[in-house]
Design a binder for this molecule. Structure first.
Ligand code: ATP
Ligand code: MG
Length: 567
């Protein structure tokens, strides 16, 4: 399915979760309460897919005057770290959401979960199993064939209690025994075939240290945590659809009372990038990118460093809506959202990225004059600034052609063009270096055209941007392209690895370009539109000795047409 095709469809479907909530409210299932949660596992940095889930969960809570918890799903000590806990909180806050005092950790419930497990054993609903992981898989059966009972399934309650206690006390090695629910080895739902709910793992936990060497599994922990926190609507991604019977079973059989409703939606996939935490971690660990916040990464901190605004990401999440089937969203749509936001808000600036020198031969040497430049034509209240004009100027190489092709209306010998906000300027001559490359373009200006307008009705076809040589700020610019060359880098041919599809041109560094002096004191994170060149953001590691800009996005909007057609 083409990435661009289904998006308007998605928008129409976007309300199915609200329909469920509205119905629950009408039927008074939860007394009108709406309590959601965002439950990340702290085993990596958040990405744009998580942003969708954050906007959805916090957005619903806000809309229904409810609550949204931040819950760290930290039941796998070997992959979880405090660094991730910190970064997740930073990212959720940056996106504009606030969990107030509702921050929880699944690990806070370890004691409670253990008690429930013991209780399940007492009720004859759980047993200690000695099968190895491979054997458990073998006994489980397949979609077509039923499983068979574990030989340990009929242990007595006393024996189970004793063994589980000893598992907790550290008597056994990793993997030697598990605690399993006694449900039904012939169930059509494979997850119901006596799922493992506790495993032995002698690994220090980032919060509970060495207190525990048995850890509860996701399917046991998640639903009970939801219940403890009185979550009403537990929204998760589609891959958990098959786990729903188990979710409900555990909540019902454990007797915890409050019963949340699990609702699944499609995860976000974006073209030209990957979203799996395992792959993102690999890109970071093996230095394919420059850290989690590399501006090419789909991580929230990467997008932030690139220059994306929280508003643009929330807008994106709104526009894609909530779907019930998997789909791929065109990254051009995300880019469209940041353009729309910055078009309204970003200060315009002139910057020359690929410079060639112009000498205005009839302009006095050493003179500096200031011309007015509009800061944002979309918003008059942003006012004007003063730009220095001098005898020597930088322009883009691409704005000059010695032998202009048809329809080239920019600078060429004998041609008059507008230097934006300044003057009409005519090219008179070209100076070349020994190997034939152009070193200087000689021009004259018409003093009667100050501001870039002529009173005598004379028209010019081209308008170009420029920067004063004497007054320019020198800067480095990082130009980013897609991280991968294939629209769907998860769609691999035999023998391919997704890393083979990394785009070798995803970053090009322009070491020296020239920018008008307005940006001299720009701070990390400040965003600008460079006239005709795109939107740029001062890099978070930039310093004033040599300012670095990241290109957020070019000006060319391939999504706009699609968006307009859809409206
Ligand atoms: P893992 O592969 O480790 O399970 P995950 O991407 O599911 O990773 P979690 O930390 O478990 O990561 O995700 C937290 C929440 O974000 C979950 O509710 C999950 O459903 C949601 N989420 C994760 N990825 C996406 C995505 N691409 N689109 C929408 N929601 C997502
Ligand atoms: Mg997950």
């Amino acid at each position: 399915m083409a990435a661009t095709e289904n998006t308007n469809e998605e928008v129409k479907k976007s309300n199915f979760i609200k329909e469920i909530i509205n119905k629950d409210n009408e039927e008074n299932i939860y007394g009108g309460a709406v309590a959601t949660r965002f439950p990340p596992e702290p085993n990596g940095y958040l990405h744009i897919g998580h942003a969708k889930s954050i906007c959805l969960n916090f957005g619903l809570a806000k809309e229904y005057n409810g609550t949204c918890n931040l819950r760290f799903d930290d039941t796998n000590p070997s992959k979880e770290e405090d660094e991730y806990v910190e970064s997740i909180q930073e990212d959720v806050k940056w996106l504009g959401f606030d969990w107030g005092d509702r921050k929880f950790f699944a690990s806070d419930y370890f004691e409670k979960l253990y008690d429930i497990a013991v209780d399940m054993i007492k009720k004859g609903k759980a047993y200690v199993c000695d099968l190895t992981a491979d054997e458990i898989r073998e006994y489980r059966g397949t979609l077509k064939a039923p499983g068979k009972n574990s030989p340990y399934r009929d242990r007595t309650v006393e024996e189970n209690l004793d063994l589980f206690e000893r598992m907790k006390a550290g008597e056994f090695k990793d993997g030697e025994r598990t605690l399993r629910l006694k449900i039904d080895m012939t169930s059509g739902y494979i997850v119901m075939r006596d799922p493992v709910i506790y495993r032995i793992q002698h690994t220090e936990h980032h919060r509970t240290g060495n207190k525990w060497c048995i850890y509860p599994m996701y399917d046991f922990t998640h639903c009970l945590s939801d219940s403890f926190e009185k979550i009403t609507h537990s929204i998760c991604t589609l891959e958990f659809e098959n786990n729903r019977p188990l979710y409900d079973w555990v909540v019902n059989e454990s007797g915890v009372g409050h019963k949340p409703k699990q609702i699944e939606f499609a995860r976000l996939n974006l073209t030209y990038t990957v979203m799996s935490k395992r792959k993102l971690l690999e890109l970071v660990k093996n230095s394919y990118v420059d850290g989690w916040d590399d501006p090419r990464m789909p991580t929230i901190c990467g997008l932030r460093r690139r220059g994306y605004t929280p508003e643009s990401i929330r807008d994106f999440a709104d526009r894609i809506g909530i779907a019930k089937s998997d789909n791929m969203v065109d990254i051009a749509m995300l880019e469209h959202c940041i353009r729309e936001d910055l078009n309204r808000r970003a200060q315009r600036i002139m910057a020359v990225l690929d410079p060639v020198k112009v000498i205005v031969t009839n302009y006095p040497e050493g003179q500096v004059e200031y011309v007015d430049a509009v800061n944002n034509p979309e918003d008059e209240s942003m006012g004007k600034r003063q730009m220095p004009f001098t005898r020597e100027l930088w322009i883009e190489k691409s704005d000059f052609m010695e032998e202009p092709m048809k329809k080239f209306h920019r600078l060429s010998p004998g041609m008059e063009v507008r230097f934006k906000h300044a003057y009409y300027i005519t090219c008179t001559d070209v100076v070349k270096g020994p190997d034939g490359e152009i070193t200087e373009i000689h021009c004259t200006y018409d003093p009667a055209t100050r501001g870039g307008w002529s009173d005598d009705g004379r028209k010019v076809k081209g308008t170009i941007h420029w920067v004063s040589v004497a007054e320019a700020v020198e800067a480095r610019v990082n130009v980013y392209e897609h991280l991968f060359t294939r629209e769907n880098p998860d769609d691999l041919k035999p023998g391919e690895d997704y890393k083979d599809l990394l785009n070798p041109d995803s970053l090009s560094v322009i070491e020296k370009c020239y920018i008008e002096p307005f940006v001299r004191d720009a701070k990390p994170g400040e965003r600008f539109q460079f006239d005709r060149n795109g939107y740029f953001c001062v890099d978070k590691y930039s310093d004033h000795s040599w300012i670095t800009f990241n290109r957020i996005v070019s000006l060319k909007d391939s999504w706009k047409k699609v968006a307009e057609k859809g409206n």
